[in-house]
Write a protein that binds this ligand. Structure first.
Ligand code: ZN
Length: 214
């Protein structure tokens, strides 16, 4: 408990952000907050404000729509991200990409490490880089350690598309954008991805655009 004077500047900033109802504005690439890394979450917001912040992240992610959102993407340098993927995709895509439904989760202070050496490359996009997608080679399976929104320890292995989502979001918390890891020759407008590269795998795009897959 505390008076307003006890609150951290980050808590003040989050309060200001949440004063406007509805989805939060998403920060676009070029804003230093996406490159600065994040502070570990250590109660800076307090439980009530944390719950409201997480709810706002969920609303914003769903409205975008996206399958993950990291706090820096709404201008807050805290090590918090949310993920959720209903995965409304055809069976062929589900099998090729391992895109299985991922229930809503809150990742607090997450870190990941690859499990095994298997890597796979697919197109991905980012709400902070609107209009484009690119192929990123990522670990097929990752071990994630951190906490949940209630402070409970998380130590869990994610595979398939959920593993890709987790890597993308945790990278945001370290100031890394997917483009830093992408095959730049694969960079495609979202329209081009729909028109040309909607196949279950990125092999056609690799041949057509001239880049390598793992
Ligand atoms: Zn992103």
């Amino acid at each position: 408990m505390g008076t307003p004077d006890d609150r951290t500047p980050l808590a003040e900033r989050v309060e200001q952000l949440l004063a406007v109802k509805g989805p939060l504005p998403i920060v676009a690439a070029g804003d230093p907050v996406l490159r600065a890394g994040t502070e570990p979450y250590d109660g800076q917001l307090g439980p009530e404000l944390l719950a409201r912040f997480v709810a706002a992240l969920r609303v914003t992610m769903r409205a975008a729509p996206g399958v993950g959102l990291a706090a820096p993407q709404v201008g807050i340098g805290l090590r918090i991200a949310v993920i959720e993927d209903p995965a409304p995709v055809p069976e062929e895509v589900r099998l090729a990409r391992g895109r299985v439904p991922q229930p809503f989760r809150v990742l607090v202070n997450p870190a990941y490490e690859a499990v095994g050496a298997a890597r796979t490359g697919f197109f991905e996009g980012c709400l902070s880089v609107p209009g484009y997608q690119a192929v990123v080679a990522r670990a097929v399976s990752v071990r994630v350690r951190g906490q949940d929104e209630g402070g409970r320890e998380v130590d869990e292995v994610f595979g398939g598309w959920p593993a890709r989502i987790v890597q993308h979001e945790v990278d945001h918390l370290d100031g890394t954008l997917y483009l830093d890891r992408a095959e730049l020759r694969s960079l495609s407008s979202s329209a081009a991805v729909v028109e040309r590269w909607g196949q279950a795998t990125a092999e056609g795009a690799a041949r057509g655009l001239g880049f390598s897959l793992p």
